[in-house]
Design a protein around this ligand. Structure first.
Ligand SMILES: [Zn+2]
Length: 211
């Protein structure tokens, strides 16, 4: 599985396209929020002859869902996320008004992704890891074959997700990171919802929240 990273919107959120030799792809946490960002994403998909077959949110905070409607309509896809994020998605309208950022709305979650299951597209298999704490039902996606972790906003290079938003829980987040993410092989590359990628080994060694 390959990963393409884009950084979009006022929150500098990372949007990912996951793809493989089948040329199927997953659009994960599309944060594109203006024409230029939407075109960047579409151009990558077209330049690589990819076929989007899934639209996924790791969690439904506003910065991760800004492009949901665009992707869902352009590629005729249902939104997929954990059931426990539906309520968060429902607050996005209010939150966008609070921040004063344009938000065209999002389809509701059409397909629920369960934790501890194999999530597949093309030739790729991702294990879903339930890591609430930043958001009430955040999911991470782990590709064991290629040692790639899509971490959402649970774990960042040198930091962790904030836990002061509704449904956040600091102790729970730390516990989930330590028990479910840091147990992965040290050479797993971690792609986070914000900032540069890192590795499990690096965070185990030097993340001040985890040492
Ligand atoms: Zn978030």
């Amino acid at each position: 599985m390959k990963v393409a990273q884009f950084t979009f919107n006022a929150f500098q959120e990372n949007t990912y396209i996951l793809y493989d030799n089948s040329l199927e792809c997953v659009v994960l946490d599309p944060g594109c929020n203006n024409d230029e960002e939407r075109e960047t994403l579409v151009k990558f998909i077209e330049d690589n002859n990819l076929k989007p077959t899934k639209l996924v949110n790791t969690h439904c905070h506003i910065d991760h869902v800004l492009g949901n409607k665009f992707i869902a309509e352009k590629y005729d896809l249902q939104l997929e996320a954990h059931e426990g994020e539906a309520q968060v998605l429902g607050t996005c309208e209010t939150v966008s008004n609070m921040y004063g950022i344009p938000y065209e709305g999002s389809p509701s979650i059409g397909k629920f992704i369960k934790e501890d299951t194999d999530y597949t597209f093309g030739e790729s298999v991702l294990k879903t890891i339930f890591t609430p704490g930043h958001s009430p039902a955040s999911l991470c996606f782990y590709c064991e074959a290629d040692k790639i972790l899509i971490a959402g906003d649970a774990l960042f290079q040198g930091s962790i997700g904030r836990t002061d938003l509704p449904g956040g829980n600091y102790d729970l987040l730390i516990k989930n990171i330590k028990e479910k993410l840091l147990v992965l092989p040290e050479d797993v590359t971690v792609y986070s919802g914000h900032g540069p990628s890192t590795t499990i080994g690096r965070e185990k060694m030097s993340n001040p929240f985890l040492t």
